[in-house]
Design a binder for this molecule. Structure first.
Ligand code: ZN
Length: 411
């Protein structure tokens, strides 16, 4: 093959191959490239200024995509420029997006592979270290994020994710209209959310926030009232049903404690059955749950009460919603279910925010979906020490999913 053929196969625009080396034993291909004669505009790495003259030249070797079975590297002749602002700097070449020894399309292939496979698997596939894969993926995601348009935040969601004993909570701010996470903060204090409003949004951006979907968590409410006083606070289905599940759990635990002995064995490890909707259980699991209920009518009652709370959000007219809630609370009388009564008290205390659901029409299920995605990423990735990486990853996941849905609709 002649060098001009290699130039065409390589396809780096503005560059030509002037030398190549094939090592059949090692299965490697090495190409030496330099600029074509017409390609003379140099860009300063520091500031992006265009310069006509080169200061000196040097070589850099980078990994590119493999050619058949040959691991391919390209040795590029690069220039340094003398920039009036930055001094002597390397030139910036679009084909080489970072200082790391990889071409842009190699990094893109790795980043794309990371969307559907674990870091370890991608590392094996491309023959690079796991830490390198992570660094490439992070750069890939950053470049993607830089080029994106950011729609104004009109409806936001605030939620927390429990990370474990050591790291405690992660506060997640979600853009409800685009369905993607916007920001992560450590812990779940008022100061956590304050930081988001202060550092991430301008005064104008804060002024256009119309609704916030949050858990019934006092510190978040305080922060919202301070920073976005015009915004309507909505306590949505997802969060309230989480509390209802916890109440059922508490009833179960109290019974577990009361019965002791033999009953415990039947109850042990069945907690998740109660947390799963009846419709999603197969016949065997339903039988187990029935045995459990026979053992304890009080748990059955609590569970039914939890299930019957969820139609509350079918109402779009607040009078009707209020009536339904009132009748739900009326059912609790004479049941002697302390945790459920506590939940009812909580709902009454937050009534305004529950009814706000009818007034703002926030999309349902977005927070739940974002929450689920982040948890799935955490399970798959193990140890996202870099929260920014986790955030970009979750944003990319949300964005590609939406694109996927959009494509399906078009088809
Ligand atoms: Zn410069």
């Amino acid at each position: 093959m002649r060098e001009t053929d290699w130039t065409r196969v390589l396809g780096w625009s503005g560059y030509r191959v002037y030398q190549h080396e094939i090592n059949e034993a090692a299965k490697t291909l090495k190409l030496w490239v330099r600029r074509t004669r017409g390609n003379r505009k140099l860009i300063c790495w520091g500031c992006g200024r265009k310069l006509a003259e080169a200061y000196d030249s040097y070589e850099r070797e980078v990994r590119d995509l493999p050619c058949f079975e040959f691991r391919t590297t390209v040795v590029v002749e690069l220039y340094r420029v003398r920039c009036p602002d930055c001094g002597v700097k390397s030139e910036k070449v679009p084909l080489l997006p970072s200082k790391a020894p990889f071409s842009k399309r190699f990094e893109e292939a790795v980043g794309m592979a990371c969307e559907s496979a674990s870091v370890r698997r991608v590392a094996r596939q491309f023959g690079v270290a796991a830490s390198t894969v992570r660094a490439i993926d992070l750069r890939y995601l950053r470049r993607w994020a830089e080029g994106r348009r950011r729609p104004a935040l009109g409806q936001m969601g605030v939620d927390e994710i429990y990370l474990g004993k050591k790291q405690k909570f992660l506060t997640v701010v979600t853009h409800l209209e685009t369905g993607e996470p916007l920001w992560f903060g450590r812990e779940r204090k008022k100061e956590t959310l304050d930081e988001f409003f202060e550092k991430q949004l301008s005064a104008f951006q804060r002024s256009v926030v119309r609704a916030a979907c949050v858990d019934m968590w006092e510190p978040f409410r305080q922060s919202l009232e301070q920073w976005v006083p015009q915004c309507r606070i909505v306590y949505d289905k997802f969060h309230i049903l989480q509390h209802a599940s916890k109440a059922v759990d508490e009833v179960r635990r109290a019974e577990f404690f009361r019965k002791g002995g033999a009953a415990r064995d039947l109850v042990r490890g069945k907690r998740w059955l109660l947390l799963t909707s009846w419709l999603h259980l197969d016949r065997g699991k339903r039988r187990q749950l029935n045995a459990l209920f026979a053992l304890n009518r009080r748990i059955l009652k609590a569970d039914l009460l939890k299930e019957s709370l969820s139609p509350l959000w079918n109402y779009t007219y607040e009078g009707a919603m209020l009536r339904y809630l009132q009748s739900w609370i009326d059912q609790l009388r004479w049941q002697r279910l302390k945790p459920m009564e506590k939940l009812a008290g909580m709902l009454l205390d937050h009534l305004e925010g529950i009814l706000n659901y009818c007034r703002t029409k926030v999309p349902m299920g977005v927070i739940e979906a974002v929450n689920g995605n982040i948890k799935a990423l955490l399970r798959r990735g193990r140890g996202y020490r870099d929260m920014n990486y986790l955030l970009l990853k979750a944003q990319r996941l949300a964005a590609t999913k939406t694109e996927f849905i959009a494509l399906q609709k078009a088809a």
